[in-house]
Design a protein around this ligand. Structure first.
Ligand SMILES: [Zn+2]
Length: 181
């Protein structure tokens, strides 16, 4: 259902990603790499104690973030209690920060479990947070060069990341965050 809803959004820059996935190239897990500080595209928004918020390089929509546990696992049952708690805190923070930063009208939030359900990265579980605006399914993008689109999207994504990071830092500093560290 979730994947069906998202498929309506036209996101042609994802072709790069889809083609890479189809080629069957086994790449190292980029969520683990990002957690360990290898953040090639500068997409990590916030690294918590056990979980993190990272921008999606191939977003379904502007401001598409993912929240994942530190543990490299495909199974919900293998996520630790600490990770579960922090994942929900980061989910709350992401929603608040996205609302302030880019003012979406709503969100699609979900997990694709297994390839058949649309998981592109099936070995490391992650929650998608996709901002939605009224009329965004009518969005049209006209160009024949997917590389240009990916570069463009990456720039936008990095700009949104900077905004989110600033908002989240401020919230944590002001203890507006439910955890009240
Ligand atoms: Zn991983």
């Amino acid at each position: 259902m979730w994947e069906k809803v998202l498929r309506i959004l036209w996101a042609p820059w994802r072709i790069d990603y889809i083609e890479k996935a189809k080629s069957g190239e086994k790449e190292p897990c980029f969520l683990c790499e990002s957690w360990n500080g290898i953040d090639k595209d500068k997409l990590v928004v916030y690294r918590g104690k056990q979980s993190m918020i990272i921008m999606n390089k191939y977003p379904y929509n502007s401001g598409h973030v993912m929240i994942c546990p530190k543990t490299h696992t495909a199974e919900i049952s293998e996520i630790s209690l600490e990770e579960r708690i922090e994942i929900f805190e980061l989910l709350e923070l992401s929603i608040e920060a996205l609302r302030e930063a880019i003012k979406p009208h709503g969100f699609n939030i979900g997990i694709n479990l297994g390839k058949i359900a649309g998981a592109g990265l099936e070995d490391h579980i992650h929650i998608h947070v996709v901002p939605r605006w009224a009329g965004d399914t009518n969005f049209m993008f006209v160009t024949g060069n997917s590389k240009v689109i990916v570069e463009d999207i990456l720039n936008t994504t990095r700009k949104i990341k900077e905004k989110l990071y600033a908002i989240i830092e401020e919230k944590i500093k002001n203890k507006e965050y439910s955890r009240k560290k």
